[in-house]
Design a protein around this ligand. Structure first.
Ligand code: FPP
Length: 244
């Protein structure tokens, strides 16, 4: 994946090829309703369903969702376990639809740190959608951009030490080829919900030229209409990629 998308992919009315979302605000959504945080996460999964369907209908080639960051382990054990449970449930209930809809499921992040049964479920879901040819749904699981870049640096160092790579030739493409997103189109639009203005260790390399959109909507309230509005706002921006 290149961080500098083709110049043609932007400007008036354009649909982004690759959209990534930091799905934030589940806890606050629940708190406003005097519900437990788990209820917010459950509502968050419903939003995932609505938004992935809408993204497909809009012709977005790749959607990357930040479901579990490498920092989320710091949450109480019960909440981590709730999130893992929701992921299991999502795979169980939605995999057939993803297969039917020709979606290519991808995972970014070190999901092998999850419980063995969940790793097996994710591997099975990846295998069962591997032959699909349609839009990509990439889910970030135990993902952190700094860890992703460290892994890329180690891979480059190992190749250099083995004599397969001249360090002088390392360029953007060499790094991108070693990132988890290597099969995805360039990131065009990164959305964060819930009014926070941070990237929180998400797609730091990939966001180099992406348009950033921060919306106040809490994630469980984000739906197809909200995505359409975000795409509309993207289409009104002029992308220059460092040029004039
Ligand atoms: C942030 O809200 C959200 C998360 C840490 C997890 C996002 C997970 C889901 C939407 C459900 C699982 C996803 C899939 C793909 C099955 P927060 O809890 O930080 O909200 P707060 O900032 O209001 O407390």
């Amino acid at each position: 994946m290149s961080t500098v998308p083709a110049l043609a992919n932007g400007g008036e009315g354009a649909t982004p090829r690759h959209v990534a979302i930091i799905m934030d605000g589940n806890g606050r959504w629940a708190k406003k309703r005097f519900l437990p945080r788990a209820a917010g996460h459950r509502a968050g999964v419903e939003a995932v369903r609505k938004v992935t369907r809408a993204a497909r209908a809009m012709g977005i080639e790749a959607l990357t969702l930040y479901a579990f960051s490498s920092e989320n382990w710091r949450r109480p054990e019960s909440e981590v376990s709730d999130l893992m449970g929701l992921l299991r449930l999502f795979i169980r209930s939605d995999l057939d639809e993803l297969i039917r809809e020709n979606v290519r499921l991808r995972v970014i992040g070190d999901y092998r740190r999850f419980a063995p049964d969940l790793v097996e479920m994710v591997d099975d879901a990846l295998a069962r959608t591997a032959g699909n040819t349609g839009p990509i749904l990439a889910i970030a699981l135990n993902y952190g951009a700094q860890a992703e870049l460290i892994a890329a640096a180690k891979a480059l160092a190992a190749d250099a030490a083995a004599g397969h790579l001249n360090p002088e030739t390392i360029d953007e493409a060499a790094i991108e080829a070693r990132l988890d997103t290597r099969d995805l189109p360039p990131l065009d639009l990164l959305i964060r919900t819930s009014g926070e203005h941070r990237l929180s260790n998400f797609l730091l390399w990939q966001a180099a030229y992406a348009e950033l959109l921060f919306v106040d909507t809490l994630w469980p309230d984000f739906d197809g209409a909200a995505l359409a509005e975000a795409i509309g706002s993207y289409g009104r921006r002029q992308r220059r990629f460092g040029g004039l």
